[in-house]
Design a protein around this ligand. Structure first.
Ligand SMILES: *Cc1c(COP(=O)(O)O)cnc(C)c1O
Length: 374
């Protein structure tokens, strides 16, 4: 028997979890929060009203389990994606992070491998660990493009069961051309997952891997309502793939994984997609203006297709992060050495960010490193 007063170290925790910290950027109470790539625009009163009514209708039937197949929601998501997709080629879950876990439950697991291209999304190692999948990585080239010969070699020698490509990539903001994804699909017998969480913010949103779905049954394109749809709090992610992949996901999903309230609110949001997506064009403009301004402030900036960008290069990025925080602006310490990531906020928030950075750099110009390359 174990005593009632117990520490985590006393419990029979899985060895790979020992000493680990729960994932997450600091959720600090700061005036300007530009650290987790949220959409800064809250839903309009009309959208709030539509979602509230949908939640109310769902509430009246909460004695029943929800639609296990989320058929209506998946149909609406298919219609939103276009490309001739039907509901049985689309799957939905609680955020695209649950989609990824389900993909690894179906196609990864003990004795299996997942390949990703670093630097990339910091959650991938956790998905791999939580699903007992071995993670192998191939570093990107200096400009963050995927090194195809190195990828082919890894595919040949390691035979990954799952390959994940985030495009636009987090934290770099860079995109992978469709042709490169196509060559990965051809080279691998595994499942190729393209994480398009930021696709709507791309300078060329029409260059989506959805266009490849007709040709590659091993391709999965994942999306989320957390970013472009400004619905991070609603927790809805989705995937488009062959019917066979969707069948596989239906095998591993928990019964009734997507609550009736979530489904109803997401459907209402999709009915108002025009209004919700209105902020995307504005944010793209603000992002591009902000990149120009950062360059005028003496920073090196990576051109971005997402709602954030990497800027630097700093001798001590932690000092810059802290200096910005002291001035009421929260950004993220992530990505290559000496760089920080800033999410695109509303115009006023970006003004505060640039003013805080200017103030910080004027007090200590030495923070900026003369070495500008990565
Ligand atoms: C934000 C983000 C997601 C979205 O995650 P959700 O679970 O849908 O909120 C997925 N992939 C990447 C690379 C992201 O940055």
């Amino acid at each position: 028997m174990l005593p009632a007063e117990i520490n985590l170290a006393d419990l029979p925790l899985r060895p790979e979890l020992r000493g680990q910290k729960p994932y997450g950027a600091p959720q600090l109470d700061v005036a300007v929060r530009l650290n987790v790539n949220e959409n800064p625009y809250p839903p309009t009163p009309a959208v709030v009203e539509a979602m509230a009514q949908a939640a109310r209708r769902a509430a009246a039937g909460l004695n029943r389990y929800p639609d296990r197949e989320a058929t209506r929601l998946r149909s609406k998501l298919a219609r939103y994606l276009g490309h001739g997709l039907l509901f049985d080629q689309v799957w939905a879950a609680n955020g695209s992070n649950e989609i990824m876990i389900q993909l690894l439950q179906a196609f990864g697991g003990p004795g299996r491998r997942m390949l990703s291209f670093t630097p990339t999304y910091s959650m991938y190692p956790e998905y791999a660990r939580d699903s007992h999948t071995e993670l192998v990585t191939v570093p990107r080239r200096a400009d963050f493009t995927i090194d195809l010969p190195a990828a082919w070699e890894a595919i040949d020698s390691l035979k990954p069961d799952v390959i994940v490509v985030a495009t636009p990539n987090n934290p770099t903001g860079t995109s992978t051309p469709i042709g490169v994804v196509e060559r990965l699909c051809r080279a691998s017998a595994g499942v190729v997952v393209v994480d398009e969480a930021y696709q709507e913010f791309s300078r060329t949103p029409e260059n989506t891997c959805l266009r490849l779905l007709d040709h590659y049954g091993n391709l999965v394109v994942t999306r989320t309502m957390s970013k472009a749809f400004a619905l991070a709090g609603g927790r809805v992610g989705y995937a488009a793939a062959s019917r066979a992949v969707v069948e596989a996901l239906r095998l591993v999903r928990l019964p009734y994984h997507l609550s009736a309230v979530t489904q109803a609110v997401a459907e209402a949001a999709l009915d108002q997609s025009g209004e919700l997506l209105a902020g995307v064009e504005r944010l793209r403009q603000i992002r591009d203006d902000s990149i120009l301004q950062l360059r005028q402030q003496g920073c090196a900036v990576i051109d971005s297709d997402a709602n954030f960008c990497l800027f630097g290069r700093f001798r001590d990025r932690r000092a810059v992060w802290q200096g910005l925080l002291d001035r009421g602006v929260l950004v993220r310490q992530v990505g290559p050495t000496g760089f920080l990531r800033v999410s695109t906020g509303a115009s006023q928030e970006m003004e505060q960010f640039h003013a805080a950075l200017a103030d910080l750099l004027s007090q200590d110009p030495e923070l900026l490193s003369p070495e500008r390359s990565l």
